[in-house]
Design a protein around this ligand. Sequence first.
Ligand code: NAD
Length: 253
Amino acid sequence: MAELDFSGRTALITGAASGIGAACAQWLERHGAAELVLVDLDEAGLQELDLSCQAKRIVGDVSDPALWDEIESSLTQLDHAVINAGIASGCPIVDQDFDGWRRMLAVNLDGTFLGLRTSLRVMKKCGGKSAVLTSSIVGVDATAGTAAYGSSKAAIAHLARIAAAEHTGDQIRINAIAPGRVDTPIWTKTEQFQDLEKRLGSREAALESLSDAAPLGGFATAELMAGQIGFLLSDEAWNITGSVLVSDGGYSL
Ligand code: NAD
């Protein structure tokens, strides 16, 4: 495969302060991106990202439509978007409180819709090329204990396919990635993982106890996900649109 080249390109990334989003920012910079528009709630995390390309760091909640109105009016060029910000938690449906359900859908699904809508509006005007939405393997596979998270991620995968169908005429490609387990801070933010950490004594032990779920073994890295997202964004993937790339080490087989 030819070297993936993003020279001169502008890309927007949500959830850019940490994990997969931060790795995407670094990957795109390494592959020549000229400007990155980075969106996250976490101001300190955004500031800590060490980037030498031009970077606009925007602090805000992706589920807030006003944030996207502002971003839309400030953007004149956008070649790529990685709509990736998300939160996670899990419990059986009978224990799921409605506020938690609403918050999950607001951040994961509303936030993805709003970010995608803004990106597509700008891309349509300026000849933008591609977007990737971050779904999850539990949005493809039914997994007990993931009602809110899994439903939000299933809707994101479907949204990517619908967007792809709507934008073939604009030559804008939209795909989703459905990662299995990736070693990022999102795990540490969930109550279930914190309990596991306490029980087993360390983060490493907790990760290890979950790592046999994927037949190929272990957790993926954020950098690996960034490379796969980068490929989907790139011109090398010019005929791939409306796909959901399952990247789960065989977890769902
Ligand atoms: P992460 O927690 O490291 O990063 C998520 C980022 O999203 C954080 O920087 C956080 O501040 C930001 N964010 C959360 N809510 C936000 C909001 N309302 N507005 C703006 N920013 C917000 O986790 P990650 O693993 O890098 O997650 C990235 C995406 O990958 C998420 O959508 C997640 O659901 C998905 N994913 C992760 C895994 C995994 O195992 N890590 C697996 C499948 C899918």
